[in-house]
Design a protein around this ligand. Sequence first.
Ligand SMILES: Cc1cc2nc3c(=O)[nH]c(=O)nc-3n(C[C@H](O)[C@H](O)[C@H](O)COP(=O)(O)OP(=O)(O)OC[C@H]3O[C@@H](n4cnc5c(N)ncnc54)[C@H](O)[C@@H]3O)c2cc1C
Length: 324
Amino acid sequence: MRHNYRMSETDMGGGGDTVLRGRFLYNEPMCKHVSWRAGGAARRVYIPADLEDLTWLVRSIPAHEPIHMVGLGSNLLVRDGGVRGVVVLLHGVLKKIALEARTQGMPPPPPDSDTGLIYAQAGVPAPKLARFAANHNLVGGEFWAGIPGTVGGAIAMNAGCYGSETWDRLVQVQTLDRLGQLNEHRPEDYVIGYRHAALKHAHEEWFIGGWFRLGKGDGHASREIIKQLLKKRIAAQPLNLPNAGSVFRNPPGDFAARLIELAGLKGHRIGDAQVSMKHANFIVNLGDATATDIECLIEHIEEVVEARTNVRLIREVRIIGERK
Ligand SMILES: Cc1cc2nc3c(=O)[nH]c(=O)nc-3n(C[C@H](O)[C@H](O)[C@H](O)COP(=O)(O)OP(=O)(O)OC[C@H]3O[C@@H](n4cnc5c(N)ncnc54)[C@H](O)[C@@H]3O)c2cc1C
């Protein structure tokens, strides 16, 4: 299911590059924008003024130039050689969040429905979505409270924990394609899996926002669940050092952390990148880790775990850019 609507040049107030109202940064160190606090520079970073401005940016970039949408960079490593093309920072830009009665093209739910609908744009932090839901007595979104990324990143990664995943709650997404057109899709248009969501008919599209359906319930109880989940995380994860969460997906029926520990790699270090002593599926930056240190450690873990356990770990973190 796909709806398109193209804004006309008159709607947008002009044509050509001059309409861009956002901000370009040149040779911007991406360590400032990723949670590992390591990595190379982006030749061009763009911070859009708003959604309309973002559509203009996308239209103005030649098709051969890569565009990288970045949320809070909590699942991302940028290689030390830097990244070509344009990096677009969405955090703090697409930040609308609201209760909605219905999604476009769908009938409204009956008045006695025991669910509610939230529309959240891609730049909204996932923990804010969790709190917004609880504050409006909508339950089942508590798990987002511990995911330190944006809604866009959570949709792109199908982020989840404690048995819940982002796409379990999504009824519709809004996307922007390479032509600068806004589209709407339903979950059935995607292949959705563990930390993965991709359009069945491959198009280069980015998430602008999503409609989340949650059950009506007790907001106070929901806030208590959030508190307990955050406590659990603080106890289990090395949150005092820069990291990017779980580096590898858990293999079916097992845990990547268990296999890494079994392979004797807990505490293993390359440069200032270290397999966390607290949680072996986390790599922490002890201070001056380079992206190369982190990537070499990732490769080392893959090789050693495979040699010792016969399991090839699959990466959860995304790596972009050029090696130095
Ligand atoms: C301490 C810690 C704990 C974590 N715990 C969890 C957890 O429990 N569960 C979990 O699933 N993850 C977890 N993560 C990983 C991470 O927070 C999630 O994957 C999160 O959803 C990434 O969001 P982001 O905005 O930071 O994305 P980024 O890191 O900025 O981007 C990640 C990927 O998504 C793409 N992307 C980002 N925004 C968009 C968009 N709008 N449209 C299309 N593509 C986009 C990027 O291009 C990139 O490929 C954790 C990370 C940390 C640091």
